[in-house]
Ligand binder design. Sequence first.
Ligand SMILES: *[C@@H]1O[C@H](CO)[C@@H](O)[C@H](O)[C@H]1NC(C)=O
Ligand SMILES: *[C@@H]1O[C@H](CO)[C@@H](O)[C@H](O)[C@H]1NC(C)=O
Ligand SMILES: *[C@@H]1O[C@H](CO)[C@@H](O)[C@H](O)[C@H]1NC(C)=O
Length: 234
Amino acid sequence: MLWGTALLTGLVGLYVIVTQCPATCQLSQEDTETLMELHNSYRGQVVPSATYMRKVKWDEKLKILAEGYAVKCMWEPNPDLELLNMGENLFVSNEPLDLNMTMEKWFLEHLDYDYNNNSCQEDRMCGHYTQMVWADSHSVGCAAHRCDTIEGLSFEKVNFLVCNYYPKDKFKDEKPYEEGEWCSKCPDNVPQCDQNLCGKNSAPINHTTPPPPSSLHLIHSTLSLLCQTSSSPT
Ligand SMILES: *[C@@H]1O[C@H](CO)[C@@H](O)[C@H](O)[C@H]1NC(C)=O
Ligand SMILES: *[C@@H]1O[C@H](CO)[C@@H](O)[C@H](O)[C@H]1NC(C)=O
Ligand SMILES: *[C@@H]1O[C@H](CO)[C@@H](O)[C@H](O)[C@H]1NC(C)=O
């Protein structure tokens, strides 16, 4: 009955995890949508305006990476991301995660950021903002975890949010985006301007695709039917 015991222990373990995990422990589908909407909404509001700002989409691989890091409960950058050219924003709270408030906090760092000389006020943080509005970053994946303790901070029982981005920002070397008229430099692969962001065409027109045979056949039969009909009064 060793197997049964192991199974039972496993189930109890799972139960403990599930019950100790509040709703904020994992991100729901709705949370995912909120995160995407907020990222894109803030990206489309930068001052000065951007000639090219990619619309971001949710990425499951980045989410899985974020999950793997969130469970480690460490308040420091994930060292594995550097080589992968992935960026990261972290947030920790001893209250239930409020994603709208969190995204607003990251965005509000723009108040300490100066676009003209691409610099942050001394002793302030701007890195969450610059990653959030990095023009080229097109994929985001986030995860949340409830941490009893978190390495590097003295708080206990915190909710930890990890967002990963691809590609990573290079804030120290470059401005997050180029200033100018919204969408004036959307590249060919993302030509469509939607709420100030460059995105893919929702319905790409494929000029090289001939109509499928079935509709050709339908046109032919309709035509022949019409011909037959018009020539019927004989
Ligand atoms: C949070 O943001 C989402 C996405 O913009 C929005 O739909 C929702 O109403 C906001 N929720 C609150 C409580 O402000
Ligand atoms: C950037 O410009 C602002 C506003 O003019 C100024 O306060 C700040 O000291 C400048 N920072 C650097 C690093 O030059
Ligand atoms: C466009 O149609 C051609 C011919 O059918 C096909 O080879 C090509 O993959 C299509 N391109 C896209 C983007 O769907």
